[in-house]
Design a protein around this ligand. Structure first.
Ligand SMILES: [Zn+2]
Ligand SMILES: [Zn+2]
Length: 317
């Protein structure tokens, strides 16, 4: 099969031919229809987080079809032990022996992949493969982050990329007001946010016109955290939704006072996946995508790094 592999972190991805994968017990052999590009793929490529194995086929937003023609989604959570204290308390996202697709397990930047059937998500027919792929990480981990904002009415989204463009639509559907923060001067993305229902959009150097009940930080920039905290109403929460973030600068305790909270979101549970995949068509979440052929996966990552597209890049083998 054709595949694109990360042989060494910090080096460009390479197009290669690999033997077709053989499914083990409980695994499905899948023909990859589409694979969304996640910022985590870029962090792995750029050596900002450690890869579970090398070489590795990146990609954990996989829409694939089984030999019988059944269509499933393969998300980031690829395996859990089912028996550690986290698995036994409904927190499999924190499983001590978790294995992740496209880092510990070869992922979807390939023509074929194998996946543990227990962790595959059934997908509704009404979504095309390309439209469904971004839901599988940005969408459902973004949804987990949104849940952690509770009943926040005024919601700030910092970094308006793949996850935010979907979560904005869900939040508006739920009756919340979205305040979108982009790179300073990025008027194109600010207009994009407004077109998806944001009440207000501006740069991260600007101040929202209202106090925020909660903020979700999707950008991997720790310096945004103290700024977001300053915009929060008492009792508000800043949710850091990324797997990697630069260091958070210190800030006065006064800004945290009055029961403000800062928290992170790690991975997903299968229940997050099922809930979000059921919710997405009801909103409906419309994904904005830019397609890349398999051989151009490295270009897709470069374009993500440079912010050259709105929404999500999707690899179509
Ligand atoms: Zn991801
Ligand atoms: Zn476990």
């Amino acid at each position: 099969m054709r595949a694109v592999v990360l042989e060494q972190q910090g080096q460009p991805l390479k197009s290669v031919t690999l033997p077709d994968p053989v499914p083990g017990p409980g695994q499905l052999l899948l023909q990859v229809q589409a694979c969304g590009v996640c910022r985590t793929d870029l962090h792995l490529r750029d050596a900002e987080i450690e890869a579970g194995k090398l070489p590795v086929v990146l990609g954990h937003q996989i829409v694939g079809t089984t030999e019988g023609g059944r269509r499933v989604g393969v998300p980031w959570l690829g395996y859990t032990d089912g028996e550690c204290r986290y698995c036994r308390s409904d927190r499999e996202n924190l499983c001590v022996n978790a294995r992740f697709t496209g880092s510990d397990i070869d992922g979807g930047y390939a023509e074929l992949t194998v996946a543990d059937e227990r962790f595959c998500l059934p997908l509704p027919d009404e979504l095309s493969a390309e439209q469904a792929a971004p839901l599988l990480c940005g969408g459902l981990i973004g949804y987990r982050a949104l849940r952690f904002t509770g009943d926040a009415t005024t919601l700030g989204l910092f970094g308006f990329g793949s996850a935010a463009h979907m979560i904005c639509q869900v939040a508006v559907h739920q009756g919340r007001e979205v305040y979108a923060f982009t790179r300073p001067g990025d008027e194109r993305t600010q207009e994009f946010a407004k077109s998806l229902g944001a009440t207000w959009a501006g740069g991260t150097d600007e101040i929202a016109p209202v106090q925020l009940d909660a903020a979700i930080i999707f950008a991997p920039a720790g310096e945004l955290v103290p700024g977001a905290l300053k915009l929060l109403a008492p009792g508000g929460t800043v949710v850091c939704a990324g797997i990697h973030m630069s260091d958070i600068p210190s800030f006065p305790y006064e800004d945290l006072w009055h029961e403000r909270t800062i928290r992170s979101v790690a991975n997903l549970t299968r229940r997050d996946g099922e809930e979000f995949i059921a919710l997405a068509p009801k909103v409906p979440v419309r994904t904005t995508i830019t397609k890349y052929p398999l051989e151009q996966a490295e270009t897709a990552l470069a374009d993500l790094r440079a912010g050259r597209f709105e929404g999500t890049a999707v690899i179509v083998p």
